[in-house]
Design a protein around this ligand. Structure first.
Ligand SMILES: O=P(O)(O)OC[C@H]1O[C@H](OP(=O)(O)OP(=O)(O)O)[C@H](O)[C@@H]1O
Ligand SMILES: Nc1ncnc2[nH]cnc12
Length: 170
């Protein structure tokens, strides 16, 4: 399936000069959404994944259905102040703006095999920070999956030590 034709590119959102890749036009097509998740699940074959981690917010709409498909657990990584129990935190810089992320400190057990799923790889800040959080808890990152990769921002360089897979490239 040609997933790229279902992505809407919006110029100058949320800031001048940014070409925003909108996945909502893919998500609303049920068969395409399912095929995209199934294709990411295929990339997890043989990895014996225990947990899928998804960063807020768009990582939830990729990570949660992926976890359901694989029959494993889902762990949310969230922006500060949203998780109710004890957390650890790390901060990062984005293609636009700066933020921090948190994970529950009991969300991952040492040695568990973890796949990270998000809608899009831009600078790699979100995922590098997510990896830091997972590894601090003793999780083993066995794969990093995206619907979209912005190759021109070289985010993959930050993830050189990991098995990275994307469905659509710009
Ligand atoms: O590779 P990076 O430069 O870190 O950028 C990619 C991240 O940016 C977007 O999330 P955003 O922080 O805008 O949050 P949202 O999902 O809540 O919209 C996107 O969903 C990725 O998580
Ligand atoms: N260009 C972009 N489009 C959609 N989401 C993004 N997150 C960071 N950069 C983005």
């Amino acid at each position: 399936m040609n997933f790229k034709e279902y992505i809407r590119v919006v110029e100058n959102f949320p800031e001048q000069g940014i070409r925003f890749k909108d996945i909502s036009t893919l998500l609303k097509e049920g068969t395409v959404y399912k095929a995209a998740i199934d294709s990411l699940a295929e990339a997890c074959k043989g990895k014996q994944v225990d947990i899928v981690v998804g960063p807020e917010a768009r990582g939830f709409v990729v990570g949660a259905p992926l976890a359901y498909t694989l029959g494993c657990g889902f762990v949310p990584v969230r922006k500060p102040g949203k998780l109710p129990a004890a957390t650890i935190q790390a901060s990062y810089t984005l293609e636009y703006g700066k933020d921090a992320l948190e994970i529950h400190e009991d969300a991952i057990q040492p040695g568990q095999k973890v796949v990270i799923a998000d809608d899009l790889l831009a600078t790699g800040g979100t995922i590098s920070t997510t990896i830091q959080l997972i590894e601090k808890l003793g999780g083993q990152v066995v794969g990093v999956l995206f619907m979209i990769e912005l190759s021109y921002l070289n985010g993959r360089e930050k993830l050189a030590n990991y098995d990275v897979h994307s469905l659509i490239q710009y």
